[in-house]
Design a protein around this ligand. Structure first.
Ligand SMILES: [Zn+2]
Length: 311
């Protein structure tokens, strides 16, 4: 892809699983505002004026445990949600429109956009932290409509794209996304496949898309995820030296009931990112486009339509 304004490569930074959960709840996911995970983001934005952040927020998060907890279920007689193997938060508990201070805080963050990360972030059956699997297109459309309505009521700008929970984006979901006006999807994470020209994503989610370039899938622009806390810095250099998109992932939840996310944004990962961003700036300077998935998708869509790339 030719990057705008003669830039040679691009970098984006995204954080998944953002919702108003506080440390007094099962786990913190942004609800502690500057005293929690978003405080680490604030410091990064403050120290790196070129950095743009994208928060993938769940409209009404209901997951408590990321793994099946039938043993818990047997001892919680009040839980009778058929087929759900995990204990769930009651509907609306974490809905974005019920947490105005959280929304104000998100909106106060500079150079930060909020995009969609599912409606409830749960699914029936053994794979809990996914959402869209066997649903047909009309069910997906209804769920997306419900999620977008929550964003609207919360006073957030309408999302333009989505990372589906668990990177799971079956065809009916992609069709439904296009139907409700979402233009891009980030549904492939691969932090393992070596960086070579033409490398394809082959780890979590979509496996038929470019590992380092925007691509097209189901009529939507696809943006890959190819770097996280555990990735060596040489991987970042290889992506950028090849003219690709360095797509850095973090998760808002570090510790979900003892399940530790390696890329949970804590002080250690924050410091590592601070060093990484400084090194990228030193090494690539003005040739690097610090941008967002949304801007890349807009630029790509304009190019498809024959317009000159926007900066
Ligand atoms: Zn998630």
């Amino acid at each position: 892809m030719g990057w705008p304004d003669g830039r040679s490569a691009a970098v984006v930074f995204t954080i998944d699983d953002v919702f108003p959960g506080r440390s007094t709840d099962a786990y913190e996911a942004g609800g502690d505002l500057g005293a929690g995970v978003l405080g680490h983001l604030e410091r990064l934005l403050d120290r790196h004026p070129q950095l743009h952040a994208t928060l993938f927020a769940t409209a009404d998060w209901r997951e408590i445990s990321p793994v099946p907890s039938r043993r818990i279920l047997r001892h919680v007689p009040s839980v009778h949600e058929r087929g759900f193997r995990a204990r769930l938060l009651p509907k609306g508990t974490m809905a974005l429109d019920g947490h105005p201070a959280f929304i104000s805080f998100l909106r106060s963050l500079p150079r930060t956009d909020v995009q969609l990360h599912g409606l409830h972030h749960v699914h029936r059956g053994p794979r809990v932290p996914v959402e869209f699997q066997e649903q047909d297109r009309s069910t997906c459309t209804r769920m997306l409509g419900e999620a977008l309505a929550i964003f609207d009521r919360a006073g957030l700008p309408r999302p333009t794209g989505m990372t589906p929970p668990g990177w799971n984006a079956p065809d009916p979901l992609l069709a439904a996304m296009a139907e409700v006006g979402l233009g891009w999807v980030a549904s492939a994470r691969d932090i393992r496949t070596p960086i070579t020209p033409g490398a394809r994503a082959n780890m979590s989610g979509q496996t038929d898309v470019s590992l380092t370039q925007p691509d097209l899938v189901g009529g939507l622009v696809h943006l890959p995820t190819n770097f996280q806390a555990t990735s060596p810095i040489e991987r970042a250099f290889a992506i950028l030296d090849g003219g690709g998109l360095l797509s850095i992932k973090a998760h808002a939840v570090k510790n979900a009931l003892g399940f530790i996310a390696l890329d949970g944004l804590d002080g250690v990962y924050g410091n590592l990112l601070d060093l990484l961003f400084r090194e990228l700036d030193r090494r690539y300077g003005e040739s690097l486009w610090w941008t967002s998935m949304e801007r890349i998708a807009t630029s790509r869509a304009a190019r498809e339509a024959g317009a000159p790339p926007a900066s």
